[in-house]
Design a protein around this ligand. Sequence first.
Ligand code: SF4
Length: 502
Amino acid sequence: MSIIKTEDFIQSIADALQFISCYHPLDYIQAVGRAWEKEQSPAAKDALAQILMNSRMAAEGRRPVCQDTGIVVVFLEIGMEARFEAGADLQNLVDEAVHRAYTDPANPLRASVVNPPYGKRKNTGDNTPAVIHTRLVPGDKVAVKVAAKGGGSENKSRFTILNPSADLVQWVVETVPTLGAGWCPPGILGIGIGGTAEKAMLLAKESLMEPVNIQELMERGPADWKEELRLEIYEKVNALGIGAQGLGGLTTVVDVKIRDYPTHAASLPVGLIPNCAATRHIEFELDGSGPAEFAPPRLEEWPDVTWQPDEAAIQVDLDRVTREEIARWKPGDRLLLSGRMLTGRDAAHRRIQEMLERGEPLPVAFRDRFLYYVGPVDPVGDEVVGPAGPTTATRMDKYTEMMLGRLGLMGMIGKAERGPEAIDAIRRHQAVYLIAVGGAAYLVAKAIRKARVVAFEDLGMEAIYEFEVENMPVMVAVDSRGESVHQRGPERWRARIQEKGT
Ligand code: SF4
Protein backbone atom coordinates (compact mmCIF):
# COMPACT_ATOMS: atom_id res chain seq x y z
CA MET A 1 0.00 0.00 0.00
CA SER A 2 1.26 3.52 -0.70
CA ILE A 3 0.38 6.65 1.23
CA ILE A 4 -0.05 9.77 -0.91
CA LYS A 5 0.84 12.82 1.11
CA THR A 6 -1.64 15.68 0.84
CA GLU A 7 1.09 18.22 0.14
CA ASP A 8 2.66 16.07 -2.59
CA PHE A 9 -0.70 15.68 -4.31
CA ILE A 10 -1.51 19.40 -4.17
CA GLN A 11 1.93 20.62 -5.19
CA SER A 12 2.18 18.13 -8.07
CA ILE A 13 -1.08 19.34 -9.61
CA ALA A 14 -0.19 23.01 -8.98
CA ASP A 15 3.22 22.50 -10.64
CA ALA A 16 1.60 20.64 -13.54
CA LEU A 17 -0.78 23.57 -14.13
CA GLN A 18 2.03 26.10 -14.08
CA PHE A 19 4.04 23.88 -16.42
CA ILE A 20 1.30 23.42 -19.03
CA SER A 21 0.45 27.12 -18.97
CA CYS A 22 3.82 27.94 -20.59
CA TYR A 23 4.99 24.75 -22.32
CA HIS A 24 3.04 23.34 -25.21
CA PRO A 25 3.21 19.54 -25.45
CA LEU A 26 6.13 18.93 -27.83
CA ASP A 27 4.13 16.49 -29.95
CA TYR A 28 1.53 19.19 -30.65
CA ILE A 29 3.98 21.96 -31.40
CA GLN A 30 6.05 19.71 -33.67
CA ALA A 31 2.87 18.78 -35.54
CA VAL A 32 2.16 22.51 -36.00
CA GLY A 33 5.73 22.83 -37.28
CA ARG A 34 5.04 20.15 -39.91
CA ALA A 35 1.80 21.94 -40.84
CA TRP A 36 3.75 25.19 -41.28
CA GLU A 37 6.27 23.46 -43.57
CA LYS A 38 3.62 22.16 -45.93
CA GLU A 39 1.17 25.09 -45.77
CA GLN A 40 0.68 26.92 -49.08
CA SER A 41 -1.92 29.46 -48.01
CA PRO A 42 0.03 32.62 -47.12
CA ALA A 43 -2.52 33.75 -44.50
CA ALA A 44 -2.60 30.35 -42.78
CA LYS A 45 1.19 30.04 -42.96
CA ASP A 46 1.58 33.43 -41.28
CA ALA A 47 -0.88 32.40 -38.54
CA LEU A 48 1.00 29.12 -37.98
CA ALA A 49 4.29 31.01 -37.74
CA GLN A 50 2.77 33.31 -35.11
CA ILE A 51 1.52 30.32 -33.10
CA LEU A 52 4.98 28.69 -33.25
CA MET A 53 6.82 31.86 -32.37
CA ASN A 54 4.38 32.59 -29.54
CA SER A 55 4.90 29.09 -28.19
CA ARG A 56 8.67 29.46 -28.10
CA MET A 57 8.46 32.92 -26.54
CA ALA A 58 6.07 31.66 -23.85
CA ALA A 59 8.42 28.76 -23.07
CA GLU A 60 11.41 31.10 -22.91
CA GLY A 61 9.61 33.71 -20.82
CA ARG A 62 7.75 31.13 -18.70
CA ARG A 63 4.50 32.94 -19.34
CA PRO A 64 1.14 31.60 -20.56
CA VAL A 65 0.86 30.61 -24.21
CA CYS A 66 -2.66 32.05 -24.24
CA GLN A 67 -4.49 34.69 -22.20
CA ASP A 68 -7.26 32.15 -21.65
CA THR A 69 -5.45 29.89 -19.23
CA GLY A 70 -8.42 27.56 -19.23
CA ILE A 71 -10.75 25.74 -16.89
CA VAL A 72 -8.96 22.92 -15.09
CA VAL A 73 -9.97 19.34 -15.84
CA VAL A 74 -8.35 16.52 -13.87
CA PHE A 75 -8.65 12.80 -14.52
CA LEU A 76 -7.64 10.66 -11.54
CA GLU A 77 -7.07 6.94 -11.59
CA ILE A 78 -6.71 5.90 -7.98
CA GLY A 79 -5.20 2.53 -7.21
CA MET A 80 -7.31 0.62 -4.71
CA GLU A 81 -4.14 -0.04 -2.69
CA ALA A 82 -3.25 3.65 -2.52
CA ARG A 83 -4.31 5.73 0.47
CA PHE A 84 -4.52 9.48 0.88
CA GLU A 85 -3.57 11.06 4.19
CA ALA A 86 -6.43 11.29 6.66
CA GLY A 87 -8.98 14.06 6.11
CA ALA A 88 -8.42 14.37 2.37
CA ASP A 89 -11.32 15.51 0.24
CA LEU A 90 -10.35 15.12 -3.41
CA GLN A 91 -12.24 18.14 -4.73
CA ASN A 92 -10.77 20.37 -2.00
CA LEU A 93 -7.26 19.09 -2.64
CA VAL A 94 -7.47 19.67 -6.37
CA ASP A 95 -9.02 23.10 -5.82
CA GLU A 96 -6.22 24.03 -3.44
CA ALA A 97 -3.78 23.10 -6.22
CA VAL A 98 -5.70 25.22 -8.74
CA HIS A 99 -5.75 28.16 -6.31
CA ARG A 100 -2.01 27.82 -5.74
CA ALA A 101 -1.20 27.62 -9.46
CA TYR A 102 -3.48 30.40 -10.65
CA THR A 103 -2.44 32.89 -7.96
CA ASP A 104 1.29 32.14 -8.17
CA PRO A 105 2.88 35.63 -8.05
CA ALA A 106 5.76 34.48 -10.29
CA ASN A 107 3.38 33.57 -13.11
CA PRO A 108 -0.23 34.48 -12.28
CA LEU A 109 -2.71 32.71 -14.55
CA ARG A 110 -6.01 34.23 -15.59
CA ALA A 111 -8.98 33.32 -13.42
CA SER A 112 -11.79 32.54 -15.86
CA VAL A 113 -14.27 30.48 -13.83
CA VAL A 114 -17.58 32.11 -12.87
CA ASN A 115 -20.19 31.05 -10.34
CA PRO A 116 -23.15 30.73 -10.54
CA PRO A 117 -22.88 29.67 -14.19
CA TYR A 118 -26.18 31.39 -15.03
CA GLY A 119 -27.25 34.87 -14.02
CA LYS A 120 -24.71 36.82 -11.97
CA ARG A 121 -21.72 34.78 -13.21
CA LYS A 122 -19.25 36.18 -10.67
CA ASN A 123 -15.59 35.32 -11.19
CA THR A 124 -14.45 33.00 -8.38
CA GLY A 125 -11.09 34.82 -8.41
CA ASP A 126 -8.73 31.84 -8.42
CA ASN A 127 -10.12 29.67 -11.23
CA THR A 128 -11.66 27.17 -8.81
CA PRO A 129 -13.39 24.81 -8.83
CA ALA A 130 -11.77 22.26 -11.13
CA VAL A 131 -13.77 19.60 -12.94
CA ILE A 132 -12.57 16.21 -11.75
CA HIS A 133 -13.24 12.68 -12.96
CA THR A 134 -12.23 9.79 -10.73
CA ARG A 135 -11.84 6.09 -11.38
CA LEU A 136 -10.78 3.32 -9.02
CA VAL A 137 -8.28 0.91 -10.57
CA PRO A 138 -6.12 -1.98 -9.36
CA GLY A 139 -2.70 -1.12 -7.87
CA ASP A 140 -1.21 1.27 -5.33
CA LYS A 141 -0.47 4.32 -7.47
CA VAL A 142 -2.42 7.44 -8.37
CA ALA A 143 -2.31 8.40 -12.04
CA VAL A 144 -3.18 12.02 -12.75
CA LYS A 145 -3.99 13.74 -16.05
CA VAL A 146 -4.22 17.50 -15.84
CA ALA A 147 -5.61 19.75 -18.56
CA ALA A 148 -6.46 23.45 -18.79
CA LYS A 149 -9.16 23.76 -21.43
CA GLY A 150 -9.72 27.04 -23.25
CA GLY A 151 -13.26 28.38 -23.43
CA GLY A 152 -13.12 29.07 -27.18
CA SER A 153 -12.55 25.45 -28.06
CA GLU A 154 -14.72 24.01 -25.29
CA ASN A 155 -17.62 26.13 -26.61
CA LYS A 156 -17.41 24.26 -29.90
CA SER A 157 -18.09 20.85 -28.35
CA ARG A 158 -20.93 18.98 -29.96
CA PHE A 159 -23.01 15.94 -29.13
CA THR A 160 -25.42 13.83 -31.09
CA ILE A 161 -27.09 10.48 -30.93
CA LEU A 162 -26.99 9.12 -34.44
CA ASN A 163 -29.17 6.44 -35.92
CA PRO A 164 -26.98 3.30 -35.58
CA SER A 165 -26.98 2.97 -39.37
CA ALA A 166 -25.89 6.60 -39.92
CA ASP A 167 -22.52 7.62 -41.32
CA LEU A 168 -20.44 8.96 -38.43
CA VAL A 169 -17.74 10.41 -40.69
CA GLN A 170 -20.35 12.37 -42.59
CA TRP A 171 -21.68 13.83 -39.30
CA VAL A 172 -18.18 14.96 -38.29
CA VAL A 173 -17.39 16.40 -41.72
CA GLU A 174 -20.69 18.30 -41.78
CA THR A 175 -20.31 19.47 -38.18
CA VAL A 176 -16.75 20.84 -38.24
CA PRO A 177 -17.52 23.74 -40.66
CA THR A 178 -20.35 24.82 -38.34
CA LEU A 179 -17.82 25.34 -35.53
CA GLY A 180 -16.33 28.37 -37.26
CA ALA A 181 -12.83 29.40 -36.22
CA GLY A 182 -13.49 30.22 -32.56
CA TRP A 183 -11.71 27.02 -31.53
CA CYS A 184 -8.43 28.42 -32.88
CA PRO A 185 -7.44 25.72 -35.35
CA PRO A 186 -5.18 23.95 -36.07
CA GLY A 187 -6.05 21.64 -33.25
CA ILE A 188 -7.10 18.14 -32.42
CA LEU A 189 -10.54 16.59 -32.64
CA GLY A 190 -11.48 14.35 -29.71
CA ILE A 191 -14.28 11.95 -30.57
CA GLY A 192 -16.11 9.70 -28.12
CA ILE A 193 -18.24 6.95 -29.61
CA GLY A 194 -20.73 4.83 -27.68
CA GLY A 195 -21.75 4.42 -24.04
CA THR A 196 -24.47 6.86 -23.07
CA ALA A 197 -24.83 10.60 -23.61
CA GLU A 198 -22.49 11.61 -20.77
CA LYS A 199 -20.06 8.76 -21.43
CA ALA A 200 -19.55 9.77 -25.08
CA MET A 201 -18.56 13.31 -24.03
CA LEU A 202 -16.21 12.03 -21.37
CA LEU A 203 -14.56 9.68 -23.88
CA ALA A 204 -14.12 12.59 -26.28
CA LYS A 205 -12.50 14.75 -23.59
CA GLU A 206 -10.18 12.02 -22.37
CA SER A 207 -9.11 11.14 -25.90
CA LEU A 208 -7.59 14.63 -26.15
CA MET A 209 -5.01 13.67 -23.50
CA GLU A 210 -3.46 11.12 -25.87
CA PRO A 211 -0.27 11.92 -27.81
CA VAL A 212 -0.37 13.42 -31.30
CA ASN A 213 0.74 10.52 -33.49
CA ILE A 214 -1.28 10.52 -36.70
CA GLN A 215 1.90 10.79 -38.80
CA GLU A 216 3.12 7.51 -37.34
CA LEU A 217 -0.29 5.95 -38.02
CA MET A 218 -0.19 7.17 -41.62
CA GLU A 219 3.23 5.60 -42.06
CA ARG A 220 2.43 2.19 -40.57
CA GLY A 221 -1.24 1.97 -41.68
CA PRO A 222 -4.34 1.34 -39.57
CA ALA A 223 -4.56 -1.75 -37.36
CA ASP A 224 -8.27 -1.58 -36.45
CA TRP A 225 -11.57 0.19 -37.20
CA LYS A 226 -10.78 3.11 -34.91
CA GLU A 227 -7.48 3.84 -36.60
CA GLU A 228 -9.17 3.60 -39.99
CA LEU A 229 -11.77 6.07 -38.79
CA ARG A 230 -9.12 8.43 -37.43
CA LEU A 231 -7.37 8.53 -40.80
CA GLU A 232 -10.57 8.98 -42.77
CA ILE A 233 -11.78 11.84 -40.57
CA TYR A 234 -8.32 13.48 -40.55
CA GLU A 235 -8.17 13.50 -44.34
CA LYS A 236 -11.76 14.59 -44.90
CA VAL A 237 -11.68 17.37 -42.29
CA ASN A 238 -8.42 18.76 -43.67
CA ALA A 239 -9.89 18.61 -47.17
CA LEU A 240 -12.53 21.11 -46.00
CA GLY A 241 -9.87 23.81 -46.47
CA ILE A 242 -10.74 25.62 -43.22
CA GLY A 243 -7.07 26.02 -42.30
CA ALA A 244 -5.32 27.77 -39.43
CA GLN A 245 -7.61 30.32 -37.77
CA GLY A 246 -10.26 29.55 -40.38
CA LEU A 247 -8.39 31.61 -42.99
CA GLY A 248 -8.34 28.83 -45.59
CA GLY A 249 -5.48 26.38 -45.86
CA LEU A 250 -4.26 22.82 -45.79
CA THR A 251 -4.24 21.98 -42.08
CA THR A 252 -7.30 22.31 -39.88
CA VAL A 253 -6.53 19.39 -37.56
CA VAL A 254 -3.15 17.92 -36.64
CA ASP A 255 -4.74 14.74 -35.25
CA VAL A 256 -8.04 13.01 -34.60
CA LYS A 257 -8.35 10.97 -31.41
CA ILE A 258 -11.09 8.41 -30.83
CA ARG A 259 -12.21 6.52 -27.74
CA ASP A 260 -15.11 4.10 -27.70
CA TYR A 261 -17.36 2.13 -25.35
CA PRO A 262 -20.12 -0.45 -25.93
CA THR A 263 -23.55 1.11 -26.33
CA HIS A 264 -27.26 0.30 -26.47
CA ALA A 265 -28.44 -1.51 -29.62
CA ALA A 266 -30.78 1.40 -30.39
CA SER A 267 -28.15 4.16 -30.01
CA LEU A 268 -25.00 5.61 -31.48
CA PRO A 269 -23.97 8.46 -29.13
CA VAL A 270 -21.12 10.62 -30.45
CA GLY A 271 -19.26 13.36 -28.59
CA LEU A 272 -16.98 15.78 -30.42
CA ILE A 273 -14.62 18.12 -28.54
CA PRO A 274 -11.93 20.15 -30.30
CA ASN A 275 -8.66 21.13 -28.69
CA CYS A 276 -7.13 24.41 -29.78
CA ALA A 277 -3.85 26.21 -30.43
CA ALA A 278 -3.48 26.28 -26.65
CA THR A 279 -3.50 22.50 -26.28
CA ARG A 280 -2.42 22.03 -22.65
CA HIS A 281 -2.24 18.75 -20.80
CA ILE A 282 0.22 16.52 -18.96
CA GLU A 283 0.11 13.29 -17.00
CA PHE A 284 2.09 11.89 -14.08
CA GLU A 285 1.94 9.21 -11.45
CA LEU A 286 2.27 9.41 -7.68
CA ASP A 287 3.49 6.38 -5.74
CA GLY A 288 3.95 7.88 -2.29
CA SER A 289 7.64 8.66 -2.78
CA GLY A 290 7.18 12.43 -3.24
CA PRO A 291 5.74 15.03 -5.59
CA ALA A 292 5.93 14.77 -9.37
CA GLU A 293 8.64 16.72 -11.12
CA PHE A 294 8.40 18.38 -14.49
CA ALA A 295 11.54 19.04 -16.48
CA PRO A 296 11.21 21.98 -18.88
CA PRO A 297 11.61 20.87 -22.50
CA ARG A 298 14.68 22.01 -24.45
CA LEU A 299 13.98 25.01 -26.67
CA GLU A 300 15.97 23.40 -29.50
CA GLU A 301 13.10 20.95 -29.83
CA TRP A 302 10.74 23.70 -31.00
CA PRO A 303 10.38 24.01 -34.78
CA ASP A 304 12.89 26.52 -36.08
CA VAL A 305 10.38 29.08 -37.28
CA THR A 306 10.66 32.80 -36.71
CA TRP A 307 7.82 35.15 -37.39
CA GLN A 308 8.49 38.70 -38.56
CA PRO A 309 5.88 41.36 -39.27
CA ASP A 310 5.09 41.49 -42.97
CA GLU A 311 7.06 44.36 -44.53
CA ALA A 312 4.25 44.94 -46.99
CA ALA A 313 1.72 45.33 -44.16
CA ILE A 314 -0.25 48.59 -44.04
CA GLN A 315 0.87 50.83 -41.17
CA VAL A 316 -2.13 52.22 -39.30
CA ASP A 317 -2.08 55.09 -36.83
CA LEU A 318 -5.11 54.39 -34.63
CA ASP A 319 -5.11 57.94 -33.28
CA ARG A 320 -5.57 59.42 -36.75
CA VAL A 321 -7.15 56.73 -38.90
CA THR A 322 -10.19 57.93 -40.88
CA ARG A 323 -13.32 56.31 -42.29
CA GLU A 324 -11.96 56.99 -45.81
CA GLU A 325 -8.80 55.05 -44.95
CA ILE A 326 -10.58 51.98 -43.56
CA ALA A 327 -12.90 51.94 -46.60
CA ARG A 328 -9.84 51.08 -48.73
CA TRP A 329 -8.95 47.96 -46.70
CA LYS A 330 -9.80 44.55 -48.19
CA PRO A 331 -10.31 41.14 -46.54
CA GLY A 332 -6.91 39.50 -46.06
CA ASP A 333 -4.98 42.80 -45.93
CA ARG A 334 -2.32 42.71 -43.21
CA LEU A 335 -2.08 45.71 -40.92
CA LEU A 336 0.31 46.85 -38.22
CA LEU A 337 -1.59 48.91 -35.68
CA SER A 338 0.02 51.67 -33.62
CA GLY A 339 -1.67 54.08 -31.22
CA ARG A 340 -4.50 53.77 -28.73
CA MET A 341 -7.35 51.27 -28.65
CA LEU A 342 -9.97 50.31 -26.08
CA THR A 343 -10.68 46.80 -24.87
CA GLY A 344 -13.91 45.12 -23.86
CA ARG A 345 -15.53 41.71 -23.95
CA ASP A 346 -18.71 39.96 -22.79
CA ALA A 347 -19.30 41.50 -19.36
CA ALA A 348 -18.33 45.03 -20.43
CA HIS A 349 -20.71 44.89 -23.41
CA ARG A 350 -23.52 43.65 -21.20
CA ARG A 351 -22.94 46.47 -18.73
CA ILE A 352 -22.79 49.10 -21.50
CA GLN A 353 -26.13 47.84 -22.78
CA GLU A 354 -27.69 47.96 -19.31
CA MET A 355 -26.38 51.51 -18.71
CA LEU A 356 -27.77 52.71 -22.04
CA GLU A 357 -31.15 51.13 -21.21
CA ARG A 358 -31.19 53.01 -17.90
CA GLY A 359 -30.17 56.24 -19.65
CA GLU A 360 -26.91 56.49 -17.69
CA PRO A 361 -23.81 58.19 -19.16
CA LEU A 362 -21.01 55.85 -20.20
CA PRO A 363 -17.58 56.22 -18.55
CA VAL A 364 -15.77 56.12 -21.91
CA ALA A 365 -16.44 57.40 -25.45
CA PHE A 366 -16.24 54.87 -28.29
CA ARG A 367 -16.81 57.16 -31.29
CA ASP A 368 -14.27 56.59 -34.09
CA ARG A 369 -12.18 54.27 -31.95
CA PHE A 370 -11.14 50.62 -32.20
CA LEU A 371 -12.18 48.05 -29.61
CA TYR A 372 -10.13 44.92 -28.92
CA TYR A 373 -12.03 41.90 -27.59
CA VAL A 374 -9.58 40.68 -24.94
CA GLY A 375 -9.29 39.68 -21.31
CA PRO A 376 -5.57 39.86 -20.51
CA VAL A 377 -3.52 37.98 -17.95
CA ASP A 378 -2.18 40.15 -15.09
CA PRO A 379 1.36 41.46 -15.71
CA VAL A 380 4.48 40.42 -13.80
CA GLY A 381 7.83 42.16 -13.42
CA ASP A 382 8.28 44.92 -15.98
CA GLU A 383 5.45 43.70 -18.23
CA VAL A 384 2.85 46.29 -19.20
CA VAL A 385 0.24 43.57 -19.48
CA GLY A 386 0.33 39.78 -19.45
CA PRO A 387 -0.51 37.64 -22.50
CA ALA A 388 -3.38 39.37 -24.28
CA GLY A 389 -4.65 37.53 -27.35
CA PRO A 390 -8.08 38.01 -28.92
CA THR A 391 -11.24 36.32 -27.74
CA THR A 392 -13.99 34.94 -29.99
CA ALA A 393 -15.78 37.88 -31.58
CA THR A 394 -18.98 36.00 -32.40
CA ARG A 395 -20.09 36.35 -28.77
CA MET A 396 -20.17 40.12 -29.23
CA ASP A 397 -22.27 39.95 -32.45
CA LYS A 398 -25.49 40.86 -30.68
CA TYR A 399 -23.92 44.08 -29.36
CA THR A 400 -22.37 45.13 -32.66
CA GLU A 401 -25.25 47.32 -33.84
CA MET A 402 -25.24 49.11 -30.49
CA MET A 403 -21.48 49.67 -30.58
CA LEU A 404 -21.25 50.76 -34.22
CA GLY A 405 -24.58 52.50 -34.67
CA ARG A 406 -25.38 54.09 -31.34
CA LEU A 407 -21.84 54.57 -29.99
CA GLY A 408 -20.02 55.22 -33.27
CA LEU A 409 -17.22 52.65 -32.89
CA MET A 410 -15.06 52.48 -36.06
CA GLY A 411 -13.61 48.99 -35.80
CA MET A 412 -13.30 45.84 -33.73
CA ILE A 413 -10.43 43.40 -33.24
CA GLY A 414 -11.02 39.81 -32.20
CA LYS A 415 -10.66 36.27 -33.44
CA ALA A 416 -12.76 34.04 -35.67
CA GLU A 417 -15.60 34.87 -38.03
CA ARG A 418 -18.56 37.22 -37.47
CA GLY A 419 -22.17 36.12 -37.87
CA PRO A 420 -24.68 37.65 -40.34
CA GLU A 421 -26.03 40.11 -37.74
CA ALA A 422 -22.59 41.62 -37.10
CA ILE A 423 -21.57 41.61 -40.77
CA ASP A 424 -24.76 43.45 -41.60
CA ALA A 425 -24.03 46.10 -38.96
CA ILE A 426 -20.43 46.44 -40.22
CA ARG A 427 -21.66 47.00 -43.78
CA ARG A 428 -24.37 49.46 -42.75
CA HIS A 429 -22.01 51.56 -40.64
CA GLN A 430 -18.98 51.13 -42.93
CA ALA A 431 -16.93 49.87 -40.04
CA VAL A 432 -14.36 47.10 -40.11
CA TYR A 433 -13.51 43.92 -38.22
CA LEU A 434 -9.88 42.86 -37.80
CA ILE A 435 -8.43 39.64 -36.40
CA ALA A 436 -5.34 38.83 -34.40
CA VAL A 437 -4.13 35.23 -34.16
CA GLY A 438 -5.98 33.32 -31.44
CA GLY A 439 -3.49 31.50 -29.26
CA ALA A 440 -0.62 33.90 -30.06
CA ALA A 441 -1.33 35.88 -26.90
CA TYR A 442 2.22 36.39 -25.63
CA LEU A 443 3.43 37.54 -29.03
CA VAL A 444 0.53 39.98 -29.38
CA ALA A 445 1.14 41.32 -25.85
CA LYS A 446 4.67 42.32 -26.84
CA ALA A 447 3.13 45.00 -29.10
CA ILE A 448 1.32 46.60 -26.13
CA ARG A 449 3.39 49.48 -24.77
CA LYS A 450 0.98 50.93 -22.19
CA ALA A 451 -2.16 49.65 -20.51
CA ARG A 452 -4.53 51.30 -18.07
CA VAL A 453 -8.00 50.45 -16.85
CA VAL A 454 -10.45 53.15 -17.95
CA ALA A 455 -13.78 51.67 -16.81
CA PHE A 456 -15.47 48.80 -14.98
CA GLU A 457 -12.43 47.89 -12.89
CA ASP A 458 -14.57 45.56 -10.78
CA LEU A 459 -14.89 43.24 -13.81
CA GLY A 460 -11.24 42.17 -13.40
CA MET A 461 -9.88 40.81 -16.67
CA GLU A 462 -13.16 41.90 -18.32
CA ALA A 463 -12.63 45.59 -17.41
CA ILE A 464 -12.27 48.19 -20.19
CA TYR A 465 -8.60 49.06 -20.71
CA GLU A 466 -6.93 51.54 -22.98
CA PHE A 467 -3.94 49.93 -24.67
CA GLU A 468 -1.25 51.84 -26.49
CA VAL A 469 0.19 49.51 -29.11
CA GLU A 470 3.07 49.60 -31.54
CA ASN A 471 3.02 47.47 -34.67
CA MET A 472 0.35 45.07 -33.47
CA PRO A 473 -0.15 42.51 -36.28
CA VAL A 474 -3.74 42.02 -37.43
CA MET A 475 -5.58 41.11 -40.61
CA VAL A 476 -8.73 42.58 -42.14
CA ALA A 477 -11.40 39.90 -41.65
CA VAL A 478 -14.56 41.82 -42.60
CA ASP A 479 -14.18 44.95 -44.70
CA SER A 480 -16.51 47.96 -44.78
CA ARG A 481 -18.53 46.33 -47.58
CA GLY A 482 -19.18 43.24 -45.43
CA GLU A 483 -16.80 40.93 -47.33
CA SER A 484 -15.46 38.24 -45.00
CA VAL A 485 -12.13 36.44 -45.21
CA HIS A 486 -13.62 33.54 -43.26
CA GLN A 487 -16.09 32.89 -46.07
CA ARG A 488 -13.76 33.42 -49.00
CA GLY A 489 -10.63 31.72 -47.60
CA PRO A 490 -12.01 28.25 -46.80
CA GLU A 491 -14.14 28.22 -50.00
CA ARG A 492 -11.08 28.95 -52.11
CA TRP A 493 -8.88 26.39 -50.37
CA ARG A 494 -11.51 23.68 -50.35
CA ALA A 495 -11.88 24.07 -54.12
CA ARG A 496 -8.11 24.04 -54.55
CA ILE A 497 -7.67 20.89 -52.44
CA GLN A 498 -10.43 19.15 -54.41
CA GLU A 499 -8.77 20.14 -57.66
CA LYS A 500 -5.11 19.51 -56.83
CA GLY A 501 -5.09 17.50 -53.59
CA THR A 502 -2.73 18.55 -50.82
S1 SF4 B 1 -6.02 29.17 -28.28
FE1 SF4 B 1 -8.01 30.11 -28.71
S2 SF4 B 1 -9.56 28.66 -28.01
FE2 SF4 B 1 -7.59 28.06 -27.12
S3 SF4 B 1 -7.56 28.98 -25.12
FE3 SF4 B 1 -6.53 30.40 -26.49
S4 SF4 B 1 -8.11 31.82 -27.25
FE4 SF4 B 1 -9.16 30.05 -26.30
